[in-house]
Write a protein that binds this ligand. Sequence first.
Ligand SMILES: CC(C)(COP(=O)(O)OP(=O)(O)OC[C@H]1O[C@@H](n2cnc3c(N)ncnc32)[C@H](O)[C@@H]1OP(=O)(O)O)[C@@H](O)C(=O)NCCC(=O)NCCS
Length: 394
Amino acid sequence: MRDAYIVTSVRTPGCRRVKGAFKDTRPEDLLSFILGAAVDKTPGLEKKDVEDLMIGCSFPEAEQGLNIGRIAGQIAGFPEAVSGATINRFCSSGLEAIAQASLRVMAGWSEVTIGGGVESMTYVPMGGNLPRPHPEYSRTQADLYASMGITAENVAKRYEVSREAQDEFAYQSQMKAAAAQKDGRFTEIVPTPAARYVLTADGTYRKETFLQEVDDGVRATTTVEGLAKLNPVFAVNGTVTAGNASQTTDGAAASIIASEAALQQLGLKPIAKLKCYTTVGCKADEMGVGPAYAIPKVLQMAGVDIKDVGLFEINEAFASQAIYCIRELGLENQMEKINVNGGAIALGHPLGCTGAKLCATLLHNMQARGVKYGVESMCIGGGMGAAALFELCE
Ligand SMILES: CC(C)(COP(=O)(O)OP(=O)(O)OC[C@H]1O[C@@H](n2cnc3c(N)ncnc32)[C@H](O)[C@@H]1OP(=O)(O)O)[C@@H](O)C(=O)NCCC(=O)NCCS
């Protein structure tokens, strides 16, 4: 197979569901903006050079429904001939989209593709607008429909992850994110137009646009004592709180993927190669353990030792599952390699966008630090894990 090179990887800020900067910005606008921005940030590339847009979305309905991969491409001004698809594997959708877009290039079926993701959890809540579990199987296989928060409680109980450990992890996530913001380390963010509606004197609303430059869920003033005071939200006597769970968030992200021939023809400079991607199933009622299986699997496929991985982005769906996975992977003494700019507890987890968002963060950090191998991984609702290995280009 040929190599698939990622030449650009960018994201919008992640903003809090309903309370944040993108609460009035439709998902098509977030996605079309970041698709256009990815091309603009790739000297030598034009929209017509892209063959297909693969877009992850976890609840592809209503405003982000129909086929947002096609619709947003057209809104962004890609020529009619540039096709688009929407891909759903819940929390790994954005990474799945990058992997599928890469496979097109690896197979020799495309020269340039885009993989990305979008989720407006404001417009389409988690679970969708009208969940309709199967009336019979939801009794016999209820775990497949379980609340993600309950699965996080299960991991905490079964594998003895204490409330204190979860809160400490959450505190560290917030501190890392706040420091990265202060130091200007989120170089993968493209300031993104956001809409707001302003009440005018005649009682009607005027639409205004402003530029949103930062992730707005980071709480720099977080303390361990403050976190300890929060009530559990998913179970009586539980340990999972609003402070140690990922935030619900709006955002979009995109990566441009090219073959070696396209690099040469268009004069593109690659950041990294996607070496390997994999998924694996696990128990649905403890779906958070997914990365503990997916990461060893992808590394074995690639023949790379975990010791040689310089950076990890392990999605913080919940502190309980992230701690468990880090422990199982034997990485608890290497926290300096994991989620170095903070994770979803501080920065948010815009479901179908997350895989594409973490790719942008990981690749920018690999570049900034000269790290050869980086791993991205996440747990997935329904009981799965996904992991990808990226190799920095010289
Ligand atoms: C846990 C959850 C229900 C909380 O939702 P929420 O109440 O909207 O959460 P918020 O972030 O608005 O926080 C609520 C309150 O908790 C407190 N809080 C949150 N984080 C805090 C922190 N770091 N320090 C102190 N207080 C904090 C604040 O009082 C906050 O209210 P405020 O925003 O008015 O200040 C929601 O974030 C959730 O469902 N997360 C998991 C998402 C998920 O399952 N994703 C898929 C994973 S597979």
